[in-house]
Design a protein around this ligand. Structure first.
Ligand code: A2P
Length: 276
């Protein structure tokens, strides 16, 4: 078993900071979440990602091993949450999966990414399409009041191979709906505007199938208030594997949506989910 201890951060001005692990939760043998301290100077926009990791040995030398991680907590939160895959022979996650409260991780200083409110035009409905750990940036966005100020309805889809992998999604949606800050700003029943649509591909489940197939065969729209995507007032964000991202992007274009970026907002944006 690899050690998850990180004792010595790199000694350079732009080097990652050393942050303390505050909580760890294991969901399945493939996924876990963790929270770390947030440096006072760390600013990010909900939906962005950051480099995160541990010191480790690469070819006999001790170096930082960093991977891109979407921040799964909203920009107003005091701590930073992350949701990670576990890859047993992965250079980082084989060790990171063993972190414990009180351990330390390396946190980059420069958050970036396109899954942010600023990159998508205002609209009536915002679709958040995710698979696997690709739900992480949306865990941040569904707890950001700006999202509810910009869009009337938020439709979060989460597709996993197995039912057990959906648990994180149920948890973050429930936490968002009960969030005291959001209830205070948006009213106690704002949660009715957040629609969670889990789907499973490799086990029996009420809504079974890839999100792309469910859109193409029309089954998805039976579960979405307002039905199929209309480019005049619908917007979308996509986060999953490279294949899922590309296939869902092609579908958005078929619906008449146009890809945007931070410098040129559009009607949908994409980011592939990162392997930790
Ligand atoms: P499937 O079980 O049919 O492969 P992965 O762990 O491989 O990233 O997959 C996570 C989820 O994303 C799975 O339910 C998987 O379905 C689905 N998926 C994989 N590739 C695509 C794709 N190209 N388009 C839509 N969904 C996909």
């Amino acid at each position: 078993m690899g050690s998850a201890k990180t004792t010595k951060p790199p000694n350079k001005p732009n080097a990652p900071t050393l942050e303390e692990v505050l909580a760890v939760k294991h969901y399945t043998d493939k996924t876990f979440s963790f929270s770390v301290t947030r440096p006072a100077s760390f600013r990010f926009r909900s939906g962005e990602f950051i480099m995160l990791g541990l010191m480790g040995e690469i070819k006999g030398k001790i170096k930082p091993i960093l991977r891109a991680y979407s921040v799964a907590s909203p920009s107003w939160d005091d701590k930073l949450d992350f949701y990670s895959i576990k890859v047993d022979d992965g250079p980082l996650t084989s060790k990171l999966q063993h972190i414990k409260v009180g351990d330390h991780v390396l946190l980059g200083r420069k958050p970036v990414g396109t899954l942010i409110c600023d990159a998508v035009l205002k609209g009536k409905r915002l679709f958040l399409f995710s698979t696997g750990t690709g739900i992480a940036p949306f865990a941040s966005l569904i707890r950001d009041p700006e999202v509810y100020e910009k869009y009337d309805q938020i439709i979060l889809t989460h597709t996993c191979r197995e039912i057990g992998e959906l648990e994180y999604g149920y948890e973050i949606v429930e936490a968002a709906r009960k969030d005291p800050l959001l209830c205070d700003i948006l009213g106690d029943d704002f949660g009715k505007r957040l629609h969670h649509i889990p789907t499973v591909t490799r086990e029996d489940f009420p809504l079974k199938g890839r999100i792309t197939d469910l859109m193409e065969n029309g089954e998805l729209w039976e579960h979405v208030p307002g039905g199929a995507i209309k480019p005049e007032h619908d917007r979308a964000m996509i986060c999953g594997s490279m294949d899922m991202t590309m296939d869902t992007k092609a579908l958005m274009e078929k619906f008449g949506l146009k890809e945007g970026s931070v410098s040129r907002p559009g009607t949908f944006v994409i980011e592939k989910a990162f392997v930790g």
